[in-house]
Design a protein. Sequence first.
Length: 386
Amino acid sequence: MLASSVSLQTKLPAVGKTIFSKMSEMALEYGAINLSQGFPDAQLDPLLQEEVTKAMLANKNQYAPAAGTLELRTAISKYAKRQFEQSYDPQSEVLITSGATQALQSAITALVKEGDEVIIFTPAYDSYVPAVELAGATPVYCRLKYPDYSIDWKEFKRLVNRKTKLVILNSPHNPSGRLLSSADIDQLIRLTDGTDILILSDEVYHNILFDGKDHHSMASYPKLAERSIVVGSLGKMLNVTGWKIGFCLAPKLILSEILKVHQYTVFSVNTPMQLGVASFLEKYPNKINELLSPLQAKRDLFVKEISKGKFKALPCDGSYFCLLNYSEISDEDDVKFSEWLAKEVRVSAIPLSVFYHNPEQNKVLRFCFAKEDDVLIEAAKRLNAL
């Protein structure tokens, strides 16, 4: 290991190795079934592979425009019109990013500054807070109500003040799988209308919905769309999370600021992947639903199998994830219990307390069910033995 004698002050003193990396490492070390990280076991669609290969063989392998290829921006614009009933100009209101997390980071960096406050609903995806802190702004936490993880709008109203610059929303919600309701949308419109508050809407799981539930996108409501940055993930839409292709939708005034940061962060995104995905979306517009539809059955299978034991599944309306309460099994805190589970039971999961600013102990773990059926059955069998 190379030693260094320089003095260095960290910008993120509270940040270390993520729990996702730790639990995946434990899964490898102990031969555990890895239900901790959120990626699917699905195979690459051969038609998608064919379109990307065509772009590579056509020598489309050099830099793309910073905002993304016009082909993919146009395909996303058409998709947004179908999906959200909102028109976004592909030339100025669509940005292709290196995954959704980069979209979130670039948006936060571009839009908030020192002295601003950003409201984050907890439990929350772990990239939000570091991005806000790196931008010099202050995260303000609004805790979702257990066990349904609904928004306490009275608390939200109390937190809003003249310093509030941005609200980060996530629906379907990671980690709970909860969806925003039409009543939530009404409250959000009422509390932000007439203000300069921006909304960063993380909608990466918007295609993964269960039991006939509807997704309420910020893009679908004019009074919200005018102030919102909608973030999506083509990696999740197409079961290719390792390709790291995301997108931002926003009014030109807002997106132009995000593009300034984006172009000096990654400049542009993988060209043949963009062109291949664009062609795939144009030729096979119904393929997304076909690729993601098996997830309802996987959630149902996992919940059914788990119900045979002492874990209690909490409601899940969308996403890759299901929350399980283990209070009938152990009094251990969730971090210790998840480590014991990976080592002794050989199933890895994520403790929910890591998604909070001030950890809450409801004895809940997050499990990813976007796996092969036999993997889910075996994992449930091991968990039910407790």
